[in-house]
Design a protein around this ligand. Structure first.
Ligand SMILES: Cc1cc2nc3c(=O)[nH]c(=O)nc-3n(C[C@H](O)[C@H](O)[C@H](O)COP(=O)(O)OP(=O)(O)OC[C@H]3O[C@@H](n4cnc5c(N)ncnc54)[C@H](O)[C@@H]3O)c2cc1C
Length: 411
């Protein structure tokens, strides 16, 4: 029986652990915190089947220059980290061409195409079906100009079968009558559900894994060493030995990988959220995105979770809470809210690669080392499929050719 240690119990580590356990592996999942407590707990909760466009693309250079000057509320670049971020920026720019973009769209649509069905299966077997809100995702545009900029995205949706409807101002009002701001246009992604509590979803999958005999230990992974044909994983509590290690530590992955001289080109895209109870008598039926402000509002069981876009850093520094706090007047203009639940926003770290594709698979230079990380804005969506890919690769089962796009050896 194959024995695997999985480091990191976010949505990715949990989905991999569950799938490997289901396929008969002896799995030990470890995390220094609680399962599902990292980026996986505080995200916007969207099962984003339409997220098939990689960020680097033709024409991105001018967009980047605008974003670089921090004039766009959706992205804040941390200038003091410029030199540390530079190598990844250069890699990112190398992918800003038609060929890379087309390859990225093909790879991401492969990764995401059955995300809803795979989550549905896991939710059902975990007894947590009610966490799914199947009313679609509404991307809102204030102006015709902003809507026109989505032409390339809509072409991708058409080509890869992502269902959507275009709505005008009146239809938006009929669908979401309590939205206060008058939007001009919307794209309603009808097969893009959201989750009522991403942390509960992780815990439901984790409990399912435990019910199948999967093991968990609270450990801080510090160092990897290869001894003979075994991996030794040093933690704060001692040393664990195994033939196969799967690293799923999200934005923290390089801390451990650097101990064997491996460095994946990861940048950290921090994101923030605030939670508001809706104002008396008001409700939001589905997750909505104000595309120009990068504000996503998802109805959850704790209230309306408002997430803001991206704060690019090379390593941890003090949170830039102002990125979302400055948007509070906008938030309150968009939807009538009661007093927000906490003054201090939540912050999480999206692990992002220069080509916008996650890193899934074996590392050729290190036998028995596997990676499942770098899921950027799509980790919640792609967790179950990542688990399936990793399990097939580890157990020597057939894997679709498309999966080679995620190979760790591409860097
Ligand atoms: C604001 C925001 C909104 C988002 N919205 C969406 C969305 O709507 N849809 C979507 O699909 N995705 C979304 N994402 C992205 C998604 O949340 C991430 O891609 C995903 O959570 C990454 O999962 P992970 O398991 O790789 O990392 P994490 O969830 O961060 O898990 C990594 C785990 O590794 C553990 N760890 C770290 N270091 C160690 C160590 N030394 N020893 C042991 N354990 C360790 C951590 O404790 C943590 O539990 C969003 C992200 C943010 C920040």
């Amino acid at each position: 029986m194959k024995e695997v240690i999985i480091v990191g119990a976010g949505i990715i580590g949990i989905c991999c652990a569950l799938e490997l356990r289901k396929q008969g592996c002896e799995v030990m999942l470890i995390d220094r915190g609680s399962p599902g407590g990292g980026a996986s707990s505080g995200n916007a909760g969207v099962i984003s089947t339409g997220g098939i466009a990689p960020y680097p693309g033709p024409g991105m250079l001018s967009t980047m220059l605008r974003l670089g000057f921090n004039r766009d509320p959706r992205v804040k670049f941390h200038w003091p980290h410029f030199f540390e971020l530079l190598p990844n920026l250069v890699r990112f720019l190398r992918h800003c061409n038609h060929e890379s973009y087309a390859k990225g769209v093909t790879a991401l649509s492969y990764l995401l195409k059955d995300a809803v069905e795979l989550h549905r299966e896991l939710l059902e077997e975990s007894g947590a079906e009610t966490l799914l809100n199947d009313t679609g995702w509404l991307r809102l545009y204030r102006t015709e100009e902003a809507f026109a900029q989505t032409a390339r995205e809509r072409t991708n949706y058409d080509r890869y079968g992502v269902p959507y409807q275009l709505l005008g101002a009146q239809e938006i009002r009929e669908l979401e009558p309590d939205i206060a701001l008058a939007y001009h246009r919307a794209i309603w992604l009808t097969r893009t559900p959201s989750v009522r509590n991403p942390e509960k979803l992780c815990l439901a999958y984790f409990d399912r894994y435990r019910s199948l005999g999967g093991r968990f230990s609270s450990e801080n992974a510090r160092q990897l060493t290869r001894k003979g044909n075994q991996w030794h994983l040093a933690t704060a509590a001692g040393v664990l030995e195994t033939s196969d290690v799967l690293v799923c530590m999200g934005a923290h992955s390089n801390h451990l990988l650097s101990t064997i001289g491996l460095k994946i080109p990861l940048s950290i895209e921090r994101g923030y959220h605030l939670v508001y109870p809706p104002a008396e008598g008001k409700s939001l039926a589905r997750s909505v995105l104000d595309a120009e402000q990068g504000l996503c509002m998802t109805p959850m069981d704790t209230g309306i979770r408002v997430t803001s876009a991206v704060n690019i850093v090379a390593k941890d520094t003090d949170p830039h809470y102002d990125q979302i706090l400055n948007l509070v007047p906008q938030i309150e203009r968009i939807f009538p809210m009661s007093k927000r639940a906490a003054d201090k926003p939540w912050m999480g770290r999206r692990p992002s690669t220069p080509d916008s594709l996650p890193v899934i698979g074996p590392v050729r230079a290190h036998s028995g080392l596997w990676l499942a990380l770098g899921h950027q804005h799509l980790g919640l969506t792609a967790g179950p499929k990542t688990g399936k890919l990793v399990a097939a690769q580890m157990l020597g089962k057939p894997v679709d050719n498309e999966a080679s796009a995620f190979s760790p050896d591409r860097f």
